[in-house]
Design a protein around this ligand. Structure first.
Ligand SMILES: [Mg+2]
Length: 133
């Protein structure tokens, strides 16, 4: 199971990684904005080792989470990725902003979302819900 965490806040990034590690999920790449997330996504597909799960913070510099989500979903279609092989994309928001979250779901093709601060139990529940673990 291969994970990508895109999060501009250092502490949030490390914390999410630590929670995954606690669940013995250790194949985790960390990036700091949407631009790097898209690059990591492309590289992983080029190496034929795509990410199973991508966490996308919504508020990030350069390219934000919404735009990264849209780009990744578009690229998956261009690459001919079958729906079953698409990355599960979990949006992460500190905003508690329903408009942003709904937009992520409806337009961008997000799998789910988490509101910060992320609690380990909530994280595990979400991952079970989407058959990640
Ligand atoms: Mg952020």
């Amino acid at each position: 199971m291969k994970f990508l965490i895109a999060e501009d806040d250092f502490a949030s990034r490390k914390l999410l990684q630590a929670y995954l590690k606690r669940a013995h999920l250790t194949e985790v790449d960390l990036v700091i904005d949407g631009q790097e997330a898209i690059q990591a996504f492309e590289l992983a597909w080029a190496e034929e080792q795509p990410y199973d799960v991508i966490f996308l913070d919504i508020m990030m510099p350069n390219i934000d989470g919404q735009e990264a989500l849209t780009t990744i979903r578009t690229r998956e279609r261009e690459l001919g990725v079958k729906p079953a092989d698409e990355a599960k994309i979990i949006m992460v928001t500190a905003l508690g902003d329903p408009t942003n979250v709904i937009r992520a779901f409806n337009k961008g093709g997000a799998t789910g979302y988490l509101v910060k601060p992320i609690e380990p139990d909530t994280l595990m529940q979400e991952m079970k819900k989407y058959s990640i673990i």
